[in-house]
Structure formats: C-alpha cells, structure tokens
Design a protein around this ligand. Structure first.
Ligand SMILES: *[C@@H]1O[C@H](CO)[C@@H](O)[C@H](O)[C@H]1NC(C)=O
Ligand SMILES: *[C@@H]1O[C@H](CO)[C@@H](O)[C@H](O)[C@H]1NC(C)=O
Ligand SMILES: *[C@@H]1O[C@H](CO)[C@@H](O)[C@H](O)[C@H]1NC(C)=O
Length: 239
C-alpha cells in the first residue's frame, strides 16, 4: 500500500516538472505597448501550430484571432489588426505577441495554445489589464459672501481605470471646510470621481489656497491642482 502511494506521488511530481506553458499577467497604460509573453518549456515534442484566442468586454467568448504556422507565419483568423506583431520564435516554441497602441477595448484575457505532438494542445491564459489616466479639472462654483454653507468648487478626475483617489488638501482651513467624494462607474470599466469642497463663504476664507490631489496606479506621480478660494460679492458677479 505504502509503496503504491509513493509511486503515485512520484508519478505526479514528474508530471508536474514536465512540459510547461509559461504566460504572465500584463498591465499597460492606454496607448502603450503590451508584451503577451507565452512559451513552452521542458518538452521535446513537435510543435505544429500556435493559436491565440481572446475574450474581451465586447466579445466575452473565447475567439481564435491569430494562428501561427511554421511555414506561413502569423495569420489573422478574421479581421487583420496590424497592432499585433509576432515577436516570438516558432523553433523555440515561443508564441510571444506584441500589441502596440493598446486601447480599452483590448482589455480581457488572451490564451495561447500550443498544438504539440504527441502531447496535444497545451495552453495558458494571460490577463491584459489597462490603466487609463483621468482627465482632471477644477470647477469654481463662484460662491458669494454669506452665512450658509455652500459649494466652493468641485475637482473631477474623469474616466480613469482603476478609479482615481481624489482629495483636497485644505491646510490651515481645517474644519472651516468640508469635502465629499462620489464616483460613477461606466460600462467600459472607467470611473469618474468628483470631490466637492464646501464651507461657509465668509470674508476670512477669501484668498485661501487649497489643493486637489489626484492619485492612482495610472499616474507615475501624484497630480496636484492648486485652487484659490474666492468669495465674491454679489456685484462682482453681476459685472
Ligand atoms: C520569447 O520571445 C520574446 C520576444 O522575442 C523574448 O523576449 C523572450 O525572451 C522569449 N522567451 C524565451 C523563453 O525564449
Ligand atoms: C457627485 O455629486 C455632485 C453633488 O455633490 C453631483 O452634482 C454630481 O453629479 C455627482 N457626480 C457623480 C460623478 O456622481
Ligand atoms: C468610457 O465610457 C464613458 C461613458 O460612456 C466615456 O465618456 C469614455 O470616453 C469612455 N472611455 C474610453 C477610454 O473609451
């Protein structure tokens, strides 16, 4: 009994060390270039074909989109997309693709399939995730002198992926101001985040400098938008 168990363990471990398809996980900023790296290791099998499949938000089922044959090279299955370039090497059993000018619609899962003899089809899946930087802006709500709390300004980070973190640095103003943040997610996976700055439009708040700070994976450094709170008198706005 023990001997049989040992034998099974042995067989399983040799199997695990045999043929492997190596892929990865790719994160790329919109407009950038992605390497969809895929190759087979530890096999002496013959490779007859490499097939690439993908599924995206628009086409959620795996579809063949590119095949690579030793003689003909890469062939698009349906429409041609020259942003894809085969940069692997068939003889090295390397199916690596390069995708340039990556767009949000390319996000999804890419599968490379190696058709090997005698072991059959071997595959691995490579998720492609996009980072989309936001459009950022501050809008002054033109508050007028008064004693009730009003909206001073909104700071917007529009259409980012993943969602942006948006906050206000209000320094010495402390609890004289208040902020709220809300966000809306769109079907294409991007999010718009809006942070609002509220306070009582008193004279002593006029001229104070604050900053809206936007951060997220899509930016190599934090973005900071300066804003000067201006409390207007009614007549200034009428002019
Ligand atoms: C596969 O091809 C890519 C692109 O040419 C290369 O960067 C990578 O090192 C290759 N991988 C192996 C294991 O040969
Ligand atoms: C966030 O809330 C503000 C009001 O505070 C509203 O005007 C705006 O439409 C909301 N924005 C989003 C993206 O939900
Ligand atoms: C995502 O969808 C929103 C809302 O429809 C749109 O405004 C935005 O441009 C889209 N973003 C991209 C990168 O396609």
């Amino acid at each position: 009994m023990t001997r049989m168990l040992l034998m099974i363990v042995f067989l399983m471990s040799t199997d695990a060390e045999a043929l492997r398809v190596i892929g990865g996980n790719v994160k790329v900023v919109q407009g950038g270039t992605a390497m969809l790296s895929c190759y087979v290791m530890d096999t002496n099998d013959d490779l007859t074909q490499i097939t690439w499949q993908r599924r995206t938000r628009e086409k959620p089922h795996n579809d063949n989109f590119l095949t690579i044959l030793p003689r003909d090279g890469p062939q698009f299955v349906s429409e041609r997309d020259d942003r894809f370039k085969y940069i692997g090497n068939f003889n090295d059993k390397n199916g690596t693709l390069q995708l340039s000018n990556v767009a949000l619609k390319d996000e999804g899962s890419y599968t490379c399939i190696f058709t090997l003899f005698p072991s059959g089809n071997q595959k691995t899946e490579i998720p492609l995730n996009l980072l989309v930087p936001p459009f950022t802006s501050i809008k002054d709500n033109l508050p007028t002198l008064g004693t009730e709390e009003v909206l001073f300004a909104t700071c917007t980070a529009a259409g980012s992926k993943p969602p942006a973190e948006v906050r206000w640095l209000t320094g010495a103003l402390g609890d004289k101001v208040r902020t709220t943040t809300n966000s809306t997610q769109y079907d294409n996976g991007t999010t718009t985040t809006v942070s609002s700055l509220f306070g009582v439009p008193m004279r002593e708040i006029n001229g104070h400098q604050v900053q809206c700070v936007i951060s997220g994976d899509f930016l190599s450094k934090v973005e900071s938008l300066p804003f000067t709170i201006q409390v207007y008198c009614e007549y200034q706005l009428l002019m």
